[in-house]
Structure formats: structure tokens, C-alpha cells
Design a protein around this ligand. Structure first.
Ligand code: ADP
Ligand code: MG
Length: 218
């Protein structure tokens, strides 16, 4: 009897320069080497019309009200929600470089009373929920040593410090269940091995014969 197995849904999160893109590429390659079909994704997806507005904002070429840009980031994820579900259903493993955790904490890190973690999470409710979210943890100081920050909007040390605190706050809430902290301050190969081990463990135990869950309201 053959049972249909869906793909796994894996997210890589963390501060700027934590090594997300490096590890995303390695994880995808490693999974393919193990014979898995993989769909690589990244947020923000700067190629769509909404993504182009986000790109201009991040580069400082345009201004956006804080709630507006938050909703655009969320809309940029919703644009692809159906394609994530389809890929997973077809047995492809989806691996994303940043997802809604970044969306929530970067907006909440702005420190506005009218833009709380709870407010920022609302537009994400209903999106496909990952089986595993790897939080690549690094101190802002260690991250800055990796070539220093670039010129984009959120790449300041005060912002990174607050973002890290809020990631830890989010982990204490129900969303923290699927978040696993990875010490990203080590060498690339050590981090890669740790990630692969956790991913293989989740892929072995996840209820791959059941559908993907959604992000639930608090
Ligand atoms: P992110 O996507 O999280 O911003 P990147 O993967 O682009 O981070 O990595 C940022 C920089 O740090 C790159 O120059 C990369 O080669 C380097 N880097 C990535 N991982 C490590 C590591 N474990 N140790 C040292 N340098 C790293
Ligand atoms: Mg990156």
C-alpha cells in the first residue's frame, strides 16, 4: 500500500547576516542530494508588483506609513500562499528564506504603541504554517563583524537588537512550538550539519500524510 506523503515546509529565520541565505542554499542542495524535490523561496519576493514597492522602501527610494508597509510585506506572502500549498501537496519540500516571523518582529521593533506584536501578527493568520522554523541566532555584534551592515532600512544595530529580543518574545508564544534555535555564531559547516540533522528529524516524524496546518489566531 502506498501512502501519499506531502512535502515538508521549512523556514529559515534570523537577523541580518546571521547566515540565512548561505544556509538556505546549502540546505536546499543537501535535500536534493538526498533525493527530495525542493522549491526554493525567499521573502520579500521583490519580483512581484507588491515586492517592487517593498524593494523601493527598503532601499530608501520611497516612503511608506508603518502599517502600510507591514500590510504590503504580509500581502507579499499571501501572493504565494496557494503555490506553497500546491507544492507541498505535490510532495515537494518548500524551503523559505524568511517568512512571517520576520514580518511580525521587524514591524513591532519600530516601537509604536499602535503596532504591537499582536497587531502585526493578525494579517498572517491563515497562512500555511511551517513544520519547522530554524531561528539562526547570532548577537548583533557578531553579525556586524560579518562585513558590517548594508544601507537598507532595517540594518542598524539598534533595530537588530530589538528584533532579536522580539524573536525571543515570539518564541514564548504558541508560535514558538515549531521554532528551533540554532547557534549561528559557529562555522558554516557546523551550522549546516546542525540544520540538516533537525530537518531530517522533522521530516521523519511530521505527519506527512496529513495536510499542512495554517497559522492560527491567538
Ligand atoms: P543573511 O542571509 O542572514 O543576511 P548571509 O548568508 O548573506 O546572511 O551571510 C552574511 C555574510 O556572512 C556573508 O558574507 C557570508 O558569507 C558570511 N557568513 C555566513 N555564515 C557564516 C558563518 N557561519 N561564519 C562566518 N561567516 C558567515
Ligand atoms: Mg540573506
Amino acid at each position: 500500500m502506498s501512502t501519499h506523503r506531502r512535502g515538508a515546509f521549512i523556514v529559515i529565520e534570523g537577523l541580518d547576516r546571521a547566515g540565512k541565505s548561505t544556509q538556505h542554499a546549502r540546505l536546499c542542495q543537501n535535500l536534493e542530494n538526498h533525493g527530495h524535490r525542493v522549491k526554493r523561496m525567499k521573502f520579500p519576493d521583490r519580483t512581484t508588483p507588491i515586492g517592487k514597492s517593498i524593494d523601493a522602501y527598503l532601499k530608501g527610494e520611497s516612503q511608506q506609513e508603518d502599517h502600510v508597509i507591514h500590510l504590503l510585506f504580509s500581502a507579499n506572502r499571501w501572493e504565494t500562499a496557494a503555490s506553497i500549498r500546491t507544492a507541498i501537496e505535490e510532495g515537494t519540500t518548500v524551503v523559505i528564506d524568511r517568512y512571517y516571523c520576520s514580518g511580525i518582529v521587524y514591524s513591532a521593533a519600530k516601537g509604536r504603541d499602535d503596532l504591537s506584536l499582536k497587531w502585526a501578527r493578525e494579517p498572517e493568520v491563515g497562512l500555511p504554517r511551517p513544520d519547522l522554523c530554524l531561528f539562526l541566532d547570532i548577537t548583533p555584534e557578531a553579525a556586524a563583524k560579518r562585513g558590517g551592515f548594508g544601507n537598507e532600512k532595517y540594518e542598524t544595530s539598534a533595530m537588530q537588537k530589538r528584533v532579536r529580543e522580539l524573536f525571543y518574545e515570539l518564541m514564548q508564544l504558541p508560535d514558538g512550538q515549531e521554532i528551533k534555535v540554532i547557534d549561528a555564531g559557529r562555522g558554516i559547516e557546523d551550522v549546516e550539519r546542525d540544520i540538516m540533522e533537525r530537518v531530517m528529524r522533522v521530516m521523519a516524524q511530521t505527519k506527512m500524510t496529513e495536510g499542512l496546518e495554517s497559522i492560527l489566531p491567538w
